[in-house]
Design a protein around this ligand. Structure first.
Ligand SMILES: [Zn+2]
Length: 124
């Protein structure tokens, strides 16, 4: 009987040891579960600028005025997603026209990241 208990303990310890390696480290690094979606997802939120939203100094505003913004999507659940910069999104990311605009973005979440490759978007 005690041999069976010992064996069960060894098996449990082995399972715990083999499960708590890279997986828990990954969870700790992300501090969140990365989105699992593989296909296109649609998310609504606001386009905020990483530079002049979080640093509302004159210097930051001047930098954005001459170099363009660095818009990201702040989703309605407050998660922030980087927008992959391509021919479709260059204006969306940089232009003053989209600054603090409400937006719905459809696109693909890049695996294990908080970045979205945009298929289409609509601002309001
Ligand atoms: Zn800005």
């Amino acid at each position: 009987m005690s041999k069976k208990i010992m064996l069960a303990c060894v098996i449990i310890l082995f399972l715990v040891a083999s499960c708590s390696g890279p997986i828990s480290l990954k969870r700790w690094v992300y501090n969140d579960t990365p989105p699992e979606e593989k296909g296109d997802v649609t998310m609504s939120g606001t386009l905020i600028c990483l530079n002049c939203f979080f640093d509302q100094s004159e210097e930051a505003r001047a930098f954005c005025a001459s170099n363009g913004h660095q818009h990201v999507l702040r989703a309605v659940d407050e998660r922030i997603f980087a927008i992959v910069r391509d021919s479709k999104t260059k204006e969306l990311i940089e232009s003053e026209n989209y600054h603090n605009k409400a937006v719905t973005i459809t696109g693909r979440i890049i695996e294990d990241s908080r970045a979205i490759k945009v298929s289409s978007f609509e601002t309001f």
